[in-house]
Every structure is written in structure tokens, then in C-alpha cells.
Design a protein around this ligand. Sequence first.
Ligand code: GAP
Length: 390
Amino acid sequence: MTRIKENIVGLDAAILMSPKIWQASGHLTAGFADELVECKKCHHRFRKDFLEKDICPDCQGPLTEPRKFNLMMKTFIGPLEGEASQAYLRAETCQGIYVNFLNVLNSSRLKIPFGIAQIGKSFRNEITPGNFIYRTREFEQMEMQWFCPPDKAAEFFAYWKEERMKWYLDLGLKKENLRFREVGQDELAHYAKAAVDIEYKFPFGWKEIEGVHNRGDWDLSNHAKHSGQDLSYFDEEKKERYFPHIIETSVGADRSFLAFLIDAYDEVKGGRTKTTESVKEEEVVLRLSGRIAPIKLAILPLLKNKPELVKKAKEVFDLLKTDFYCQYDEAGSIGRRYRRQDEVGTVFCLTVDFDSLEKDDLTLRDRDTMEQERIKIADLPSVIKKRLEK
Ligand code: GAP
């Protein structure tokens, strides 16, 4: 978002924010609440919209009438707990972007249309967290807010929807596990004029991993009204002043990571290689794209009790460690070390052997194909960079 696209800037805004912001955004006053029901027998609590029937799924007991439950997490600033010291942990990162809109506009010399993007923690007092890291009470969001002229909002909404789907596909999610879901008018969040979810086919069903929203001028006009600051924009070309409309792309980093993890996880029954020592029932390979695999390289001396191999391998590690996330590993047989790296998704293993001492080269082993080839050590930085970008 912030490096490849030239008109999107990054921001890191506050996590603790005044209640006034959340009043202006509608989170305290409008619809940022789920309907909660409680079982009259076992007292377990549920989100009403997650229940298939009107009875307790745990003990079949009767349920209370639904009541609204606000998801904002409240805290207090300073030593006194009172109305005046209340603050909220942000429930979405984008509000930090809206209240910094003028700061960014005045300091970045951007013209509309442009975007502000942010990655950071958000907090919601979810009634039913669960499904591993799918729904948690503190989670990481990656949001981008695209400010545009009102008459261009529909066009940009369509553009960003497609761009975001491409992002998942480029990073390796399987096409058959992704789909759009148009959000119906009756389900829209209080700020949205239109919305589409990007859904992934989890083992527990099709679920949202990202929302793309047309938020209209809801945010800037409300923050302007509540703060008394003029957040409108003067369009030099059109010679008119307006509240920019906002197209938002809102990703859950944890949720999308869970999707990447599930798609990449491969159990090979019977194993991929049949060496005498590693005959086993199954082998795990984490086939993450080279662009998102956390560990890019493992540097392995063939034998750990040969100081000349260890020395050479450590030189290779030093050559590469500032450009790529590398692990150095000398423990166990080479086959076992390959398996271990395959399991954590390391993209390439670089093995230093006796020929390396003579020829200044080593074996590069590809995680997915298991193919091995000799590469000159001096060529490694450029060869690896190119291959990881594929
Ligand atoms: N700013 C708009 C917004 O926050 P949202 O649909 O409420 O929209 C956006 O959330 C994304 O944040 C969701 O698609 C999801 O990936 C992630 N998200 C929301 N609540 C979450 C939770 N409790 N745990 C993990 N991720 C969550």
C-alpha cells in the first residue's frame, strides 16, 4: 500500500482515544453493538445472530430476550476513575486516520484522491471469541482509507474491491477458497453506504477476512461537526469545497494470516523422500509464498564437527542476514534439518559442503520442488531476491 502505490501514506495513530471521537464516529451512540442473549438455565451467553435456534446450544435451556451489548473497551487515564478520565481502546484503526486527516493533508502535499494506511491493534469486547485466531478481543487490523471526490466514490469502490482480491491471489491464496459477498442493505454497518466482504473458505465455513466499504462522507462530516474543525477539502480543479468520500479496505491481519496458513499447510502422506532414516508416515510442508514466509533462508553446514564448514556457513549467514530473515542450523542430520525447515515454511536451504571450500559455492534447495542447484556465494543476494519476489 505505502511503497508500491505512490499516493498512499502510512500512519501510526493513538490506541487510547477520547470518548468524544467514538461519539462522533457513532460507535457509542449508533450501531456498534451486538445482540446478547443468556441461557436462563446454564447462564452461558451468546451472540444472537450466531444462533440457529432460539434455545441454548449448550444445555437446550430457554434464552433471555436479546439486549444490546456495546463492544467498545473502556479504560481510565490518570489516577482518578471518573467521567472526565474515561478513554476507549480503539475498536478500529481507521478513526485514528480520520482525526489525523488534516495533519496528513497539511504535511504531505497530497491531492485528492489519496490514501492513508495503518496497521495496528484494535480491541472489541467480543461476546464469543473463537475459532483459533479468527475472532479475538485484541486483533491486528490493516486498514487503508481512500479519500476521493463524491462523484468518484462508486468507481473507486469497484476498483479497490478488485485490487484487494488480487492481493490475496498474488500472495498465494487459492482462487477456489476466495469469494466476494455483497453485504445487504439491512446488514450494513452504521457508517457504510455500500460494502462487500472478501470471504475465505475456512474449515469452519465461509467467513469474512476483509471488508471493503464505501463510507461516504459519514466520518469526516461527523468529526467536523463534533470537533468544530473544518475537515472539508478545497478541490483546485473543480473549484469547489466538499467532504471527501471514503473508500475503506479493512483487513484483519490475524484472520487473513490464518487463511494463508491453512492454504499453505500441506501434509504429504508417506513423506516426500524415502531416505533410510526418514521413512515416516507423513511430512509437513508449509508452502507459504516467498513474499510472506517469515523465514526466508536456512544456512546449514553439512557437518557440525568440521570447523572449516561451520566457519564458511557462518560467513554466508553474515553475508545474508541483513537482507533476508535467515536461520543458522547445525543440529542433526541434513535430511532432518531440511524437514524441520520445510515444516516452518523456510523458502530455501543453503548447504555448505566440502566443495564450497574449494569453489566458493553452495547448494540451494527449493522447499517446494526439493530441487538442488549449485550457486556461487557471491551471487546469492541477487539470486535470492529475485526468486523471493516470484
Ligand atoms: N473499519 C472498518 C471495520 O473495522 P469490520 O468489518 O468491523 O470493519 C474489519 O472489521 C476486519 O477486521 C474484518 O474483516 C476482520 O478481518 C477484522 N476483525 C474484526 N473483528 C475482529 C475480531 N474480533 N478478531 C479478529 N479480527 C477481527
